[in-house]
Design a protein around this ligand. Structure first.
Ligand code: ATP
Length: 822
């Protein structure tokens, strides 16, 4: 019989209000009315909340904490009021639940409760502008039914570009045998669902997976693991199929159709230029169904431009409805299959399973590396130049900012200047951003005319740093990336490219052994077969020198298949050698690594973290056994120690707690958090206003990096950067890099801001499933917090982050958290 109403009224079960100015008073009145015939005692009420930003007022103070008193509704129609007075001191979202407890005045009756939800929000005008453009409506997932169909081939983007590098080495198809799909489905368990062939093969498959990796089973084992990965990729990609979609004709090029694919920028699904999609008319129900393959010519933020056959274009009218299937891009898989075959063919055993037996002692030449002040770096360069580990790979490893990339760059520079003309260098990394960084640093020392940055034709030219466009395979006349012919390529002394694109050099017939050195940076981020693409068929097994640099504690390879992961496909070559090969282990006698094969760098030149004992603890204790040493430039690491907005002077790290909201809009699955952007913009404005004053150095936009885990957040931050007029004083605001952790691996900035976005615990599991976000991924955390040289600002929800065992080291326990009563 009790009814509780409120003024203002609840909408969708919640009393909600928002204010544009902080400290404004807002009042909610709860009216409790006894509509029943019985006497009921109102015994208690409270508010369940995370952050208290209101006061509760009632005439008779019905709360256990204060005076023990209750209100008796002795008959129908009696009522009582509870007033909530909100005053927000911070921007963000502040939900709370009002809990009211009653007890009927009847013998043996139990107390009962009623709850009412409320939520206050404070938003700036910018926050309102950045809010959702439309309510989130996820796409319907279509269940996949095999049907018979007729395929009509589309038009790939490469068709308009003339490639000079001819394909001379075949790339096989490497299709998995059908029985493997059955075995993977049953997770390699014997079952009645297996066909006789699958049953018969089960034992052999299991035995291959269970035996240790050797040169003898190298290709076989990796073929099997790559097949398992592909099978899982095919399962996962079905989740993105779209139903009943319309396309539009591209305004710029009438031969292309534009399809909206929300999430594409975040690789959900992963679509690159040159990939192929399959579409069929939704109303086409009579088999065989006509399926048109469309090739991706361009990937935009939430759409793709597709090249279809004339047959579809001629019959196309706006508002036609299509079902869309995404397909796995098999090209990188095929390259990896071929690479492991070539590793066996070219007998790379001495490189992949080195014993040290073939290593001869080589005298170390005197050289001036410019890094003499760091004995480990200098020694590594001497060893690499002398080729002292050959044919075993030389490994340079160490925590973030210890100069691994610089060591590789200097070693390449020395090889280039000392060993010319016989030396040819291939410099690789798994990601384009890491390759760009290598190239930029190499350009400082080397004759740029002998250095070449090779991009895949799928690379979006807009994402290529402007100053690299002159030194790469961009062909203005063809408006695309073009592979030059073999002879031209072989004239360059240093070629910088991703491992996958290095496969194109193999296909183009660059002779086996052409490269005297292969340098791999961020080697811990690539699966072994991916790394081998840049080695097998390109490096001579005896005369060549492979150098691997990386940090196993930073981001590793991303895999989809739990089976492939279980049996070791997630291990990089660098990590496998360090784990399993004694050449790369510490000597039990001396406690040191053998400097002929490996160099461990521990002097940190970057992170402000290591300069402050209080938080040196975080990455150092968590990931590096307290071995990191402080060598960061004092001027840089102390540049912001007296910044007026630091909560603690001398300590240039800010954790700014925000009670934000992780939202989605329209059909995009990607998340954003407007309250966090408001805080970021506020800090950017303060940085701009204080630069060049009171001992704070001048600052350019390129000195700042913002790391956000979701594409939508990055997009909204970019939008805010453009729209806030105070920031327009920075002419180069476009140079302020906003991107994911993956895009920042290997990079550094004076100032790093991190927006964690997550604000509701219910999405944390989704992050784990899709391998996105910051939570539950300590490597991503490690990379993100170790990019800053002078100032680190982390913006996030302390309540959520504090629950994560890694983040709780950085993020303070939120104050003002009362115990929950129910
Ligand atoms: N011997 C040195 N003296 C002075 N500065 C150095 C030295 N070695 C490296 N640095 C500086 O330290 C910073 C980090 O170097 P680098 O990017 O090579 O580190 P890294 O180990 O590759 O980092 P990450 O693991 O993040 O990729 C750079 O600014 C670099 O110029």
């Amino acid at each position: 019989g009790i009814e509780i109403t409120s003024e203002p009224e609840a909408t969708r079960g919640k009393v909600q209000f928002s204010v544009g100015r902080l400290k404004e008073l807002f009042v909610i009145n709860f009216h409790i009315l006894n509509k029943g015939p019985n006497c009921i005692h109102f015994t208690y009420y409270t508010a369940l909340h995370r952050i208290r930003c209101f006061t509760l007022i009632d005439e008779r103070r019905v709360t256990r904490a204060l005076v023990i008193s209750s209100v008796d509704f002795s008959s129908t129609g009696e009522s009582y009021d509870v007033v909530v007075q909100y005053r927000l001191n911070h921007y963000g979202h502040f939900p709370a639940t009002m809990y009211f407890e009653f007890c009927p005045d009847l013998p043996g009756s139990k107390p009962f409760c009623i709850v009412r939800e409320m939520e206050a929000a404070a938003r700036t005008q910018l926050g309102v502008e950045l809010g959702p453009v439309a309510p989130y409506r996820p796409y319907q997932v279509v269940t996949y039914k095999p049907v018979s169909n007729v395929i009509v081939e589309g038009v790939p983007p490469e068709s308009s570009v003339v490639q000079h590098l001819k394909m001379t080495v075949k790339l096989g198809d490497y299709k998995y045998p059908p029985y493997l799909k059955e075995l993977a489905k049953q997770r390699l368990e014997d079952s009645n669902y297996l066909s006789p062939t699958a049953r018969q093969k089960l034992a052999a498959v299991k035995s291959l997976l269970n035996c240790p990796l050797k040169m003898k089973n190298y290709a076989h084992r990796f073929h099997l693991l790559l097949h398992l990965e592909e099978i899982q990729m095919e399962v996962d990609i079905r989740k993105y199929d779209l139903h009943d979609q319309t396309m539009t004709q591209d305004q710029g090029n009438k031969k292309l159709l534009v399809l909206r694919v929300p999430g594409v920028a975040e690789n959900r699904p992963s679509v690159l230029r040159g990939d192929c999609l399959r579409v069929s008319r939704s109303e086409d129900k009579v088999q065989p169904i006509t399926v048109y393959t469309g090739y991706v010519h361009k990937v935009e933020l939430d759409s793709v431009k597709l090249g279809f056959a004339k047959r579809l274009l001629q019959s196309f009218i706006n508002n036609m409805h299509f079902d869309v299937e995404f397909t796995v891009n098999r090209f990188p898989l095929k390259l990896q299959h071929r690479a492991v075959d070539l590793a066996a063919k070219h007998q790379l055993g001495t490189v992949l399973f080195p014993s040290g037996a073939a290593t001869s002692s080589v005298p170390l030449g005197k050289l001036r590396s410019g890094l003499e002040s760091n004995p480990e770096q200098h020694a590594a360069i001497q060893r690499i130049v002398a080729g002292s580990s050959k044919p075993a790979p030389y490994i340079v490893f160490g925590p973030p900012g210890t100069g691994k990339t610089i060591t590789l760059v200097e070693a390449m520079n020395q090889v280039f200047s000392l060993a010319e003309p016989s030396a040819n260098i291939l410099a690789c990394a798994p990601s384009n951003s890491a390759c760009d960084l290598l190239c930029e640093r190499l350009m400082v020392h080397m004759d740029p005319l002998r250095l070449f940055r090779l991009y895949a034709s799928s690379r979006d030219p807009r994402t290529v740093p402007k100053h690299l466009l002159k030194h790469c395979n961009w062909d203005e006349s063809q408006d695309g990336f073009v592979f030059p012919d073999k002879e031209i390529l072989m004239k360059y002394k240093v070629i910088v490219t991703t491992m996958v694109t290095a496969g194109r050099l193999v296909s183009g017939g660059i002779p086996h052994g052409h490269f005297s050195h292969v340098f791999v940076d961020e080697g811990g981020q690539a699966m072994e077969p991916e790394c081998i693409i840049a080695v097998a068929g390109l490096l001579h097994p005896e005369r060549g020198q492979l150098v691997l640099a990386g940090d196993p504690q930073q981001l590793g390879p991303i895999l989809r298949s739990p089976l492939a992961l279980e049996y070791g496909l997630g291990l990089s070559l660098l990590e496998r050698l360090m784990r399993t090969n004694p050449l790369y282990h510490k000597s039990s006698d001396s406690g040191h690594f053998d400097s002929r094969f490996v160099s461990k760098l521990l002097r940190n030149y970057r992170c402000i973290f290591v300069s402050h004992p209080a938080i040196l603890k975080i990455p150092n204790e968590l990931f590096y056994e307290n071995e990191l040493q402080v060598f960061a430039d004092q001027w840089e690491r102390e540049a912001y120690c007296n910044w007026e907005f630091l909560p603690k002077k001398g300590f240039p790290v800010i954790f700014h707690g925000v009670m934000g909201k992780d939202e989605r809009e329209a059909n995009s699955p990607s998340f954003f958090n407007v309250s966090e952007i408001e805080v970021l913009v506020d800090y950017l404005t303060k940085l701009m206003q204080t630069q060049g004053k009171k001992g704070i150095p001048k600052l350019a936009a390129k000195d700042i990096g913002i790391i956000a885990p979701y594409r939508k957040q990055a997009e909204k931050i970019q939008k805010a950067l453009k729209s806030v007029s105070a920031l327009n004083r920075w002419n180069d605001v476009k140079e302020l890099k906003v991107g994911s952790v993956e895009e920042f691996q290997g990079q550094e900035r004076k100032i790093i801001m991190i927006s964690a976005v997550r604000s509701s615990s219910s999405y944390v599991k989704m992050d784990q499933d899709f391998n996105i976000g910051f939570l539950s991924n300590e490597k991503r955390f490690n990379v993100a917090i170790t990019r800053a040289k002078s100032l680190l600002i982390v913006v996030g929800n302390p309540v959520i982050l504090n629950k994560d065992p890694t983040w709780e080291n950085l993020c303070p326990q939120p104050v003002n958290l009362p115990p929950l009563h129910c």
